[in-house]
Ligand binder design. Structure first.
Ligand SMILES: [Zn+2]
Ligand SMILES: [Zn+2]
Length: 237
């Protein structure tokens, strides 16, 4: 099921990335910064300093109970807002295979939120799967590449097997909010019999509206998994 790219180690992908010219992932200007961004773009990224409640999108300053909703939240740890230059970088990562930025995002998330995420342990990282035909066409699953980069930095195991995509659906970027909710319903299945019921932290490249991660959480919940959090590169409204 895994594409050729996801079979490669992060190290090997890093070597492939080194062969690319050192250009800013967002604007294409020459830069030798190990972040993959030029100074100007890195300053313009709208970063998130706090995790947020996926339900009400308000910051959660500590713990996993949302002060607005008054209940246990699904906590979103996102690197930043899904606007340029971050949006362009995510597109380069996802559609052009510029995977070197995954390491930088993972590094930053670990530095900012690592202690809190560690407090949710024992947890396993589960990337949101693509439908096999879409992963085959793209050659890799960007959520899985990002999860691999996070796993080594957060010292968490990754499980790309338990959650599978059984319905292809349409790409969400072209759909309204209601259509997204309908489109994702029944998209996932969980294969989990022989796995201990650890906490699951979902990983995706972009969370917009949260329909996808909520559907995955619901399916994992039916199989007995607790899903307290999701980590993404970007969050959009
Ligand atoms: Zn730039
Ligand atoms: Zn809330």
């Amino acid at each position: 099921m895994a594409g050729a790219w996801s079979g490669l180690s992060e190290l090997l992908r890093g070597a492939v990335d080194l062969a690319l010219p050192p250009l800013c992932t967002a604007c294409g200007e020459y830069t030798e910064s190990p972040t993959g961004f030029c100074e100007s773009c890195i300053k313009r990224i709208d970063r998130y300093d706090y995790p947020m409640c996926l339900q009400c999108e308000q910051p959660i300053f500590s713990g996993i109970v949302c002060p607005q909703c008054g209940e246990e939240a699904m906590v979103l740890y996102a690197f930043g807002n899904y606007v340029d230059p971050l949006k362009e970088a995510v597109h380069q990562f996802k559609f052009r295979g510029v995977t070197r930025v995954a390491g930088y995002f993972a590094e930053e998330i670990a530095a900012r939120f690592g202690a809190e995420i560690g407090g949710l342990a024992p947890a396993v990282l589960v990337p949101i799967p693509l439908h096999p035909s879409r992963e085959h066409a793209r050659g890799f699953n960007q959520a899985e590449v990002f999860a691999e980069a996070l796993g080594s930095r957060l010292n968490l195991a990754i499980n790309s097997e338990i959650l599978i995509r059984i319905k292809k659906g349409k790409p969400h970027s072209r759909l309204s909010d209601n259509a997204r909710a309908r489109n994702i319903r029944g998209a996932f299945s969980v294969i989990a019999e022989e796995i201990s019921k650890d906490h699951v932290i979902l990983v995706d490249d972009v969370v917009t509206g949260g329909h996808t991660v909520r559907e995955a959480r619901s399916e994992l919940g039916k199989a007995g998994f607790h899903v307290p959090a999701v980590i993404s590169i970007a969050h959009g409204r």
